[in-house]
Structures are given as structure tokens and as C-alpha cells.
Ligand binder design. Sequence first.
Ligand code: HEC
Ligand code: HEC
Ligand code: HEC
Length: 488
Amino acid sequence: MPKPPVSPGTSFGGTLFAPISASLRPAILCLSALVATAGASFADETSDLVARGRYLATAADCAACHTAPHGGTPFAGGYAIDTPLGKIFSTNITPSKEDGIGTYSEEDFSRAVREGVAKDGSHLYPAMPYTAYAKITDDDMKALYAYFMHEVKPDDHKPQKTELPFPFSIRTSMAVWNLLFLDKTRFQPNPAKSAEWNRGAYLADALEHCATCHTPRNAFMAEDASQALAGGSVGSWYAPNITSDKVAGIGGWSDDQLIQYFKTGNVPGKAQAAGPMAEAVENSLQHLSDDDLKAIVTYLKDVPAIGSAETTSRADFGKASVEVEALLRGLPGQSPEENGYHIFSGSCAACHQVEGQGNDHYPSLFNNTATGEDRPDNLVSTILYGLHRKVGDHVAFMPAFGADASYTDRLSDKDIADVSNYVLENYGNPSVKVAPADVARIRDGGEKPLIVKLAPLAAPAAIVAAVIVLAVIVWLLSRRRRSRPALG
Ligand code: HEC
Ligand code: HEC
Ligand code: HEC
């Protein structure tokens, strides 16, 4: 059971002083009344701290990774994070003494969350976003600890253990990685910016850890700080450029559109949140206060713009003027184009409508960032995995057509490539082409970083040596990078 907030006032007044002689009673009553008031305010303070910790845990989205899918006990772990290295299972962070963090002191807890080192001294993999949490302030860590210890229900159950292949199974190698890539500096407010900007920067960088998905990673899977928020792969999905660039980023979105996206995950004629972003909206962003969402937008709109070769923003690709009938006329039977058209008619048009224009319930496929991006990852992933996002009482749902689909709905890699090309050609960015091999790659969890591609090629020991040598080189380079001024 969670320890109830300590309340010394009640037990003092009631039991401890009971046998004391009547003559002393008035004085003691007086004293115990004083203690009771102090106790009450102590309890209030604890419950304030717990409430603050609850909000912070929501903003930091701890539940998303530490709760097993399909109704797992909150914070009891067992959620598998698909990384290019293999599946990493989250741990039980309920205050269970046996299986969770019940024996963690506040210091142990801080060290795990901000430095990636568990109580037993073992190193955590950065699938736990401690590189972002390193910026969390001491006060906020205190509140988070109070929440986990006093309010989260202990669950005595050990989730599945993480077993990565050699050499990644050697957790101490993370010590080298941390030396290179973990910046332990707490959040430093920028005095040249407003309080709202700083609140937004703290929320986005430290708690919400937007950069863990939206910043591209280098060959060692560390964030490339020179490309902050310029877009990065998250397994099968792609977290787009959300810098202030008007074309490549979100500079063209109004403040209200961004807030609506964070609150609901859906801005008609612009974007819907699927995959990992649907989870961020569902578990975290929709629950933030309006002031905090405004603060994030203020900060985001001021993140240095990083452009791309694209000249049209991904939300601006409209419907092609070509008539479908004309397009199909004269095509040889069963051409990929024709196959794409048939799959679209059979599997997509019922919801997204024959012209891809959508309706009140289903989004249009033009003026849609998933079809206008200069890469097809989110279009293909949405077809493979579908979409599920619960906001308030409303559920946005699109069925999966990939591996999880029912037999009748299942589409092959070629079918998905054909329907994607049909959608891109008519409603999205027509310069993007999808081959069946691209679908297979996305099905398999996306592009693998260099460090993983090397693994099967050489003897594991040689890899470790190579990794260390390369790491030292990167470290030397990163010292130059670090000496540049920070973001903003
Ligand atoms: C993006 C996913 C993700 C998020 C978000 C996340 N964690 Fe974790 N966390 C993990 C994974 C995965 C592990 C296990 C890593 C490993 O085994 O190396 C872990 C491990 C931990 C541990 C070590 C537990 C132990 O068994 O020793 C603690 C403590 C922890 N997380 C607390 C938190 C808190 C508090 C939050 C929110 C502030 C949080 N985590 C958010 C993925 C996440
Ligand atoms: C767990 C990974 C993850 C985290 C954390 C995350 N995002 Fe995302 N984000 C994504 C992915 C993936 C998409 C693409 C979703 C789609 O199109 O269906 C996305 C889409 C977006 C979009 C819409 C872009 C577009 O053009 O459609 C915005 C805006 C955005 N994220 C902002 C944020 C902000 C701000 C944060 C932090 C407060 C954040 N995201 C945290 C993964 C993430
Ligand atoms: C049963 C209805 C239904 C069917 C069938 C369907 N969709 Fe969807 N689709 C949806 C819904 C609902 C959404 C999300 C709306 C929201 O987020 O509010 C969506 C979203 C999308 C998105 C935007 C995803 C993102 O990440 O931004 C794309 C692209 C898409 N669908 C393409 C397709 C294609 C291609 C097919 C056919 C292979 C298809 N859909 C079939 C209902 C459907």
C-alpha cells in the first residue's frame, strides 16, 4: 500500500497524551492543537507535492513506456520498445519493494531518472529518455518521487527481462556512451527570453522530451544537437521537422492549430497524430494546462529554423487536377497504377471518400502532412499499423492493413506500395515513390543505424574495439560542437 501522507497531529492528540494528569490537560490541549495545525499543513504540503508530481509524471509521459499495452497495470512495466538493437522492456516503477522501486531513496530515483543508472549500479539503455530528463530540476524530482512513493499503487510483478544480443548486452558500454553523449547540466533558463518561453523550453526539452523523437540521431544513436528538432526516425515512423522553418517545419502553422494538434491530435486540412505521436497526445499533451500548451508553442515557434530542399510545405500538397478515369485510360491491365486504384477503392475510399476528400469523420488525404512529406514513412506506417488515439471520450480509429490486420484486410508489401503510390500521385507529394522493398524495411522497424548494421559483419570483440575508437573520434568532434552556444 502507498504510505499515507504523514500526519503527526492526529496520533499526538489522541493516544500519546491520554494518560496525562488532568491538571496538565489544558496546556497540552493547547500544544496538541498547535501540533495538529502544523501536522495538517504538513499533510497539505505533501499532498500538494504529490499533486505536482502527478502532473509532472503526465507531462513527462512516464506511463506511456512503463505500462504494458491492452490494460496493463499503470507503471508496472513490460512495454516493449522496439529499438534497432532489439526489444527493450520497460521496468516496474511502482513502489513494490520486491519488483519495483519501493526500496529506492530519492537519490537512487534521481540517479536512475536523470543519469540512467539503476539502484544496483547497472546502466540503463537510453530507451529510457534520461538524456532529456537530466534537465529536470531538483524541486521537480522531489515532487515526482513523492508521487511515485505516495500515490502510485505497488504492483508485485516482474516484467519480461531485456536481453539484447552481444555486444549490446554489455550494459557497462553505456558508461562510455554516457561519457560522450549525456549532458548532465540541469535546465538553465535563458534570461534574454520571457518566462513563458522558458516554461515552454523546460516542458519541451526536459519533460516532454520532444527531441528524443524529433531530432535526428548520429551513427551512435545519439541526438545530433546541430539538427535540433529537424526530424528523426522513430522505428517505422518519422517525427517530422518541427523547427520554426515556414516550409520544412511548423512555422506556417498558427498558434491555435498547434494547440489544437496537441489537445486532439487532429487539425483538419493539415495533420493527424498517429503512432508514437498519438501516444504522446493521448497520454500526455491533452492533459496539459492551456498555459503550458501555449508556452510550448511560444518556444517551438522560436526554435531556430532548419530548412530542406522542399519548396512546398508538406501540408500544402493539394489534390492533383488529373481525372482518375483519364489517368487509368490506356493503362495495361493490372499495372501497378491500376492495382493501386483498385486497392484504394476497396480499402480506403469507404472512409477517405472516392476523391480522397474525406468528410466530417475522416480526414482528407490531400493537405495532409502524412502524404505531403518528402518521405513515405508515415503514410506506409499508417496503412501497416492503422491508427488509434483516444482523446477525452473520442476515439479516432483506422484499421491496420499490415501484419496485425485480419486476414481479409491484409495487404502485401507490393499492394501497400501500389496504393501508396496512387495516394502520393493523386493527393500527396508526387515526387515520392514507394517500392515494395521500402514497405518491407518499414515493416521491419525502419532504417538501422550504422552501429547495428556493423554488428553481424565483424567478430563482436572487434566491434567493441571499433565502437570505442569511433566513439573517441566522435567525442573529440562533439567537444567542438558543445563549445557552441546552446539552442535559443
Ligand atoms: C520512452 C520510454 C520511457 C519513458 C517516457 C520513461 N521511461 Fe523509465 N524506463 C524506460 C525503459 C525502457 C527502462 C528500462 C531500461 C533498461 O532496461 O535499460 C526504464 C527504466 C526506468 C527506471 C529504472 C528502474 C529500475 O528497475 O531500476 C526508472 C526509475 C524509470 N525508468 C523511471 C521513469 C520515470 C519516473 C519516467 C517519467 C519521468 C520514465 N521512467 C519515463 C523507458 C521509459
Ligand atoms: C515518441 C516520439 C515523439 C515524441 C516524444 C513527440 N513526437 Fe511529435 N511526432 C512524432 C511522430 C512520429 C509524428 C508524426 C505523426 C503522424 O504524422 O502521424 C509527430 C508529429 C508531430 C507534429 C505534426 C507534424 C506534422 O507535420 O504533421 C508536431 C507539431 C509535433 N509532433 C510536435 C511535437 C512536440 C512539440 C513534442 C513535445 C512536446 C512532440 N512532438 C513529441 C513523434 C513524437
Ligand atoms: C474505417 C475507416 C478508414 C479506412 C478504411 C482507412 N482509413 Fe485512413 N484514417 C481513418 C481515420 C479515422 C484516420 C485518423 C483521423 C484522426 O486522426 O482524427 C485516418 C488517417 C489516415 C491518414 C493520416 C495519418 C497520419 O499519420 O497523419 C492517412 C495517410 C490515411 N488514413 C490513409 C489511408 C489509406 C491509404 C487507406 C487505405 C489503405 C485508409 N487510410 C483506410 C479512417 C480510415
